[in-house]
Design a protein. Structure first.
Length: 460
């Protein structure tokens, strides 16, 4: 579950009190060159990091499945399972920004070694309690909360450490490969966990997860410090949390993508609620169908991450378009009468959802002063991950009251409306205008710089 020497440069200015002027086309200064799909793996430090994640992410997904199954078997209560999930995500919601402040002050590699070790001990402790037959449900609650606390620091540290390993030119590719790595583990981990749980018990899944952290820890130890891109750490001082919030609020290229991701993460990404309701209430199928939906979405997510790795840019216009298509596909899926057509729509849904995630993540990192990156990424992760505990009860109530189709359509409509509104705001801030015309006999709608729009109008 973990994320040549020289200064790590970023498009944003290095002082905190000036207001950057976004580049008109894209709102971020970005490398427009295409890159190969796996180009960042040529960097030795990142390659070690990536290989460690292959093992660790698989263990993380195994523990998630085993944890839910153990709580359900101990209590027989789905509410207890939900409470366990909330305990794991609530620390990010309440303390995420403070974690970002710490990350900006601390060196990233030693920090990750501490957080990864803490999460390893959590898995090993659960394994020992379960294998010896002494586990109780409150043990699982404590372990979930402990993992959540470690994640408060671990998540922004991993996100911001990527740029230190690969530098700004390879950031888009590295973030995309991280996402592909995580989504691949999402397909493998639950399957392996299912075999272990049914064959030898949940304790062995916890043991595998605890031991899986050896891989990223070894990778961190083997990295060459002289090849990391040096980033000046923020000094200890008062008001750094408020400073981070003011920094984001004063920069439209940061605040609006975070707002967009917040709407989507809160209302449209609650797939455990939507997909379980469709499998059970709409199509009257079992857990196998629910698993199929998640597997196909993971296939789409991996595809989306690899396509993003192929691109060399993180354009804000792509973020808005992907979010709009994502919401539209959700609305179409909500009205789909066929189980198999609904299942197939999970693939483009996964592609678009991952495109939104990777594009927002990379664009925000590239537009952020390195000294502020921990706080900015903590806010991003707090909004993206912390929105689920807030939105899940809301969309759950809509789904229970009005049906699964209305629930999913509502989430899609909110995503599409937010994408349209924020896309227009970003276009206006970036000096763009909507151009509607014809090209080779077909209608074409696109954003162009205002000067170009005036030329088109004069030519017409």
């Amino acid at each position: 579950m973990s994320t040549g020497s020289g200064a790590d440069s970023a498009p944003a200015p290095t002082t905190h009190d000036t207001q950057p002027v976004p580049d008109p086309p894209d709102l971020t200064a970005e490398d427009t060159r295409k890159s190969s799909m796996f180009s960042s793996l040529k960097v030795r430090n990142y390659r070690l990091f990536f290989l460690g994640q292959v093992v660790s992410n698989t263990g993380t997904w195994m523990q998630r499945i085993a944890q839910d199954w153990l709580v359900l078997s101990l209590t027989g209560s789905a509410t207890a399972v939900g409470f366990t999930t909330a305990l794991q995500f609530l620390p990010m919601l309440f303390f995420g920004l403070y974690g970002g402040v710490l990350v900006d002050r601390l060196p990233k590699r030693p920090t990750l070694m501490v957080t990864q070790t803490a999460m390893a001990f959590t898995g090993l402790a659960l394994a020992a309690l379960t294998l010896t037959g002494h586990v109780e449900v409150w043990h699982v609650y404590v372990a979930a909360f402990a993992v959540g606390l470690a994640t408060v620091v671990d998540n922004p540290a991993r996100q911001s450490f990527v740029s230190e390993m690969v530098g700004p030119d390879q950031l888009q590719n590295a973030v995309s490969l991280n996402s592909a790595n995580f989504q691949s583990a999402r397909m493998i981990g639950p399957a392996v966990a299912g075999v272990l749980i049914t064959g030898v018990g949940t304790g062995w899944a916890f043991l595998f997860n605890g031991l899986s952290y050896v891989a990223p820890l070894v990778g961190l130890l083997l990295m060459r410090g002289r090849e990391l891109h040096t980033v000046q750490r923020a000094p200890r001082g008062k008001g750094q949390l408020r400073e981070g919030l003011r920094y984001v609020a004063g920069r439209p290229e940061l605040i609006w993508p975070i707002v967009l991701v917040g709407f989507i993460g809160t209302f449209a990404f609650n797939f455990p609620v939507y997909l379980s309701a469709f499998a059970d209430d709409v199509f009257h199928a079992g857990a196998g169908t629910y698993s199929l939906f998640n597997t196909l979405m993971a296939v789409g997510s991996v595809t989306g991450a690899l396509l993003a790795a192929r691109r060399g840019t993180a354009r804000m216009r792509l973020l808005a378009v992907a979010a709009l298509v994502f919401g539209t596909v959700e609305i179409v899926a909500a009205a789909t009468p066929s189980l198999w057509l609904f299942a197939l729509l999970m693939i483009p849904l996964g592609v678009c959802g991952m495109t939104v995630n990777v594009t927002a993540n990379t664009g925000i990192q590239m537009a952020t002063d390195p000294a502020m990156r921990g706080r900015v990424m903590a806010l991003y992760m707090m909004v993206f991950l912390g929105g689920s505990p807030v939105g899940a009860p809301i969309v759950g109530w809509i789904t229970d009251t009005y049906g699964a189709r209305v629930g999913l359509a509502t989430g899609g409509a909110i995503a599409a409306l937010a994408a349209t509104t924020i896309g227009l705001i970003l276009a206006r801030v970036g000096g763009l205008r909507l151009s509607v015309g014809w090209h080779q006999g077909h209608p074409r709608i696109r954003f162009v710089p205002r000067e170009r729009q005036e030329e088109l109008a004069a030519a017409a």
